[in-house]
Design a protein around this ligand. Structure first.
Ligand SMILES: Cc1cc2nc3c(=O)[nH]c(=O)nc-3n(C[C@H](O)[C@H](O)[C@H](O)COP(=O)(O)OP(=O)(O)OC[C@H]3O[C@@H](n4cnc5c(N)ncnc54)[C@H](O)[C@@H]3O)c2cc1C
Length: 857
């Protein structure tokens, strides 16, 4: 065993072996994997080995596509078979809602270049004769599904990594991790100590325990999972004989069941409602290649439905029941990336579908470690997406909820109840008493909308407009016509201070920093000139700045800020989280209202648009920004939590004469739509450049050498390939939710041929794992199937949208090829909503207050 290496990977399951292989492939060969026992001594060995591309997050789906595509290469390099069976599979819908869900998944698949197809139950039956089609209304076929040998695949990664020079040490538990002042890690193992620059936690079932070695409580929990294997079935043998094919994989949402052929019988697994965590607090170190006791009673309700839906299986004998544990994060997606607050400590754990995701996780993490950037939009699996509130008990409640809902529909307006409320502001009880429907915003209870007195404050979940529609409309109209107040505690807030703070921010941000008492809006870029942040910054003192940003990105941004802080202590950064809370007032009467609450001049001359000032509001010390996300005349007022009730009461009391209303987050988002404002993580993400994002007003290429400037200058010089645009959509009773395909009639001569936007078309990767973007030739002819229809082509996808209540229009935002971005012609675009293509038209100017006169006051 070497005593010094560049990186140690802890854990020899499929994920650790994939990380090792990808690091070696990226050129880091001075690396070592340390495994407690033999390879596959966690959940990897008893997996059912199924794989698929589909994922609710298209960016994660892309990495799953990469994983599936990788296996052939892996077999060639390693000489080890993965026993790949690419059978294809169907998802069965038993209800119209589930069919809507499949239509949405199919639509998303279009721009990912997936060849999915919506089919009838009888077509599905032809592929899988064991089913009784009377229970279903439709299905979706996906050709890129199948299964493999979990152990063979893990060993294939390991062998390929060894061939590239990586070392694997078996039967050697890692006992302790310490870090020297120079950042070197001491990996203390049973066989001695290894010094390493980087440590990667791929501990799978023990990832939590490995995290605790460095004082981190990772939000992962293992759940028991059962699948059964039937005796050989004559129906299966007959099908194989007749068709010369293996049976396909089947997912039955209603029964919460997945099946596939295993030898001459069937493998059937369940995600049962009565699910059970395994080792909820500490994973025993002596657990290894053993299975857990089967408990068929627990999965009986699923089996009962399954046996009705698949009568063939009901008659088969059960040969074996496998019950094994595997880990989940609270939302079911992996935890990947560097841990904020530590240096060179990485995780790749909580991977619940190692054989669909392991390759993509390895690729993204190795890119990140070697190049400083994952190379993809990995927000959906970034470990930074969880805050401190994701404690052991939170994780337990959420993972159980997620497991039991694995095959349930998540509606776009659906808030899930487990582990709530986690964080509350002092106004929580008041908001609940005001009949607010509350939502979870990065662990914080936040009012979404207010139900009228006497009605139950509850969402009726739906893909269509629902019971909140009318009430959000009322909140928007009252705010736009008079004045409204809303809680904005769920924004991120930071203070940057110290003598070098301005230089620091100038290096990180694309815009010039404001003068004392002024505010600017500014994106932040990575070295590759991609958008990694969007902030409001106020200069609050000679050496101090306040920053506001996206709540969910707090750890993500802190990680970036800390990485770039000068080592000499000349800049300090403080994240307030819920130690600073806020309220926003907006609407034409908001200025008069503020004037009633303060003892100073707040006229538009004295307190201008984009001014910042400290003042007492209703008697409480506050920070006030003359800016609001509604895009109207308005203010953001920030205070210590102890003052929030006082300020709110003062606002409501003084606002009575103006007819003030409470409005929620959904009204706020509706109002930003009619101003064409983007949102972070929907419109603005690390896959877009600042000019693509239509953020040019905030990019000052000439100001200094800020991070990403060179790449941004290149984008500017060459012209962005895509542009963020806003649409009016001729919607009926359902608005866009995000991720819908945008069709354009570009077969017509006047638009000529356009270059494909990146991220569209089947993802293709070159031999180094780098995504190949661009032309049709690169994405392959088959990728185009399903995205061309006569003169129409899918040219982009919706990032977000909804109903803009004040201007009474259904609106959407998304990215389209730059050549089309300013074309407001009717009949040029269509947006696919729930399987129906609806006419859409670009609106270059926002429909509300396009001149900004109202906003400036
Ligand atoms: C019944 C069942 C069915 C499944 N079916 C599927 C399926 O069909 N498709 C699919 O994609 N996934 C499936 N899975 C999930 C899949 O098994 C996991 O996604 C995958 O195994 C996770 O791999 P991993 O490498 O993260 O963790 P693990 O396999 O748990 O590996 C972690 C490794 O780290 C080692 N380790 C931990 N701590 C230390 C330490 N301190 N020192 C040294 N070594 C350490 C362990 O010994 C272990 O070998 C299934 C799981 C189960 C239980």
């Amino acid at each position: 065993m070497k005593s010094h290496v560049k990186a140690v990977v802890i854990g020899g399951g499929v994920v650790g072996c994939s990380v090792l292989y990808h690091l070696a492939r990226a050129g880091w060969t001075d690396i070592m994997l340390i495994e407690r026992s033999e390879l596959t001594s966690g959940s990897s060995w008893h997996a059912a080995g199924g794989f698929h591309t589909l994922n609710g997050d298209p960016n994660v789906a892309k990495l799953q596509a990469y994983t599936v595509q990788l296996y052939k290469e892996l077999e060639e390099i390693s000489g080890q078979s993965c026993s790949l069976h690419l059978t294809g599979g169907v998802m069965l819908a038993d209800s119209p809602e589930r069919m809507d869900f499949l239509r949405l998944a199919h639509a998303k698949g279009r721009y990912l270049g997936m060849d999915t197809e919506l089919i009838t139950p009888s077509e599905a039956k032809k592929m899988f004769p064991l089913m009784d089609e009377k229970h279903f209304v439709g299905a979706m076929w996906d050709p890129v599904e199948g299964h493999l040998d979990p152990s063979g695949t893990t060993h294939a990664y390991a062998k390929a990594a060894k061939k590239l020079g990586a070392e694997i040490v078996l039967r050697n538990p890692v006992k302790e991790l310490t870090q020297d002042p120079d950042g070197t890690w001491n990996v203390v193992t049973e066989q001695g100590t290894v010094r390493a620059e980087h440590v990667v936690n791929c501990g799978g079932l023990w990832a939590r325990e490995v995290g605790r070695m460095v004082g981190v409580e990772l939000p992962v929990l293992a759940m028991e999972h059962m699948y059964l294997l039937t005796e050989p079935m004559p129906e299966v043998e007959a099908f194989n004989k007749e068709t010369g094919r293996e049976m396909i994989g089947v997912l039955d949402f209603k029964g919460e069941i997945y099946t596939r052929q295993e030898r001459n019988g069937i493998l059937l697994g369940t995600y049962e409602k009565a699910c059970k965590p395994w080792s909820p607090v500490n994973t025993p170190w002596d657990f290894g290649h053993e299975l857990l006791a089967p408990d068929l009673d627990r999965i009986a309700p699923s089996l009962e439905i399954g046996f009705q839906h698949f009568p063939g299986i009901a008659n088969a004998g059960i040969k074996q029941v496998i019950n094994g544990p595997f880990t989940f994060a609270p939302d079911g997606n992996p935890l990947v990336g560097p841990v904020q607050g530590l240096t060179n400590f990485w995780v790749a754990c909580g991977v619940m579908a190692g054989f669909s995701q392991g390759g993509g996780v390895g690729l993204a993490l190795s890119n990140w470690m070697v190049n400083g950037d994952p190379g993809f939009d990995v927000w959906g699996m970034d470990v930074a997406r969880w805050g401190e509130w994701a404690s052991l008990r939170y994780t337990n409640a959420k993972v159980r909820e997620n497991y039991s809902r694995r095959f349930s529909i998540r509606f776009p307006n659906e808030e899930l109840p487990a582990a709530r409320p986690a964080q509350t502001t002092p106004l929580y009880d008041t908001m609940v008493a005001n009949n607010a429907v509350m939502g979870d915003s990065w662990g914080l209870e936040t009012p979404l909308w207010f139900a009228p007195k006497g009605t139950e404050p509850k969402d009726i979940v739906s893909f269509h407009r629902s019971n909140d529609f009318e009430h959000i409309g009322n909140e928007v109209r009252a705010t736009r016509d008079r004045v409204g107040v809303t809680e904005i505690a769920n924004f991120a807030k930071y203070e940057v201070s110290g003598p070098a703070s301005e230089d620091f921010l100038n290096r990180l941000m694309t815009n010039r920093m404001p003068k004392n008492g002024r505010i600017v809006l500014t994106p932040m870029l990575n070295e590759f000139g991609r958008l990694i942040g969007d902030f409001t910054i106020a200069k609050t003192g000679d050496d101090t700045f306040m920053i506001w940003g996206s709540s969910a990105a707090q750890k993500y941004h802190m990680r970036w800020f800390e990485k770039h802080l000068p080592k000499d202590g000349s800049v300090r950064i403080h994240r307030f989280d819920q130690t600073l809370v806020g309220l926003s007032i907006a609407g034409p009467k908001s200025q008069e209202l503020l004037a009633r609450l303060v003892d100073e001049d707040v006229s538009s001359k004295a307190f201008r648009f984009m001014d910042f000032r400290e003042m007492a509001v209703g008697g409480a010390p506050c920070l006030v920004n003359r800016i609001t996300y509604t895009g109207d005349l308005g203010y953001e007022i920030w205070m210590a939590p102890a003052y929030q009730r006082l300020v709110y009461k003062a606002i409501k009391d003084a606002g009575e004469e103006f007819g003030i209303v409470d409005f929620g987050m959904r009204a706020l988002l509706s109002m930003r739509l009619e101003k064409n404002f983007p949102t972070w993580f929907r419109e603005l993400r690390p896959i877009y450049g600042p000019f693509e994002g239509s953020m040019e007003r905030f990019i000052k290429l000439e100001k200094n050498d800020f991070i990403g400037r060179e790449a941004a200058a290149r984008e500017h010089a060459e012209g962005p390939k895509l542009r963020r645009v806003s649409f009016y959509v001729d919607a009926q009773d359902a608005d866009v939710m995000g991720d819908e395909p945008i069709w354009a009639k570009i077969g017509a001569k006047d638009f000529g041929t356009i270059e494909k936007p990146h991220g569209y078309g089947a993802p293709r990767f070159d031999e180094t794992g780098k995504e190949v973007r661009g032309s049709d030739a690169a994405t392959g002819a088959s990728a185009v199937r399903g995205i061309v229809d006569g003169d129409w082509r899918v040219v982009g996808w919706v990032t977000s949208g909804g109903y803009a209540h004040y201007v009474e229009k259904s609106m959407a935002q998304g990215y389209v090829p730059a050549a089309l971005a300013e074309n407001e012609a009717e009949g040029l675009f269509e947006i696919e909503i729930l399987g129906h293509r609806r006419p859409a038209r670009i609106n270059v100017e926002p429909p509300f207050d396009p001149s900004g006169d109202k906003m400036r006051g």
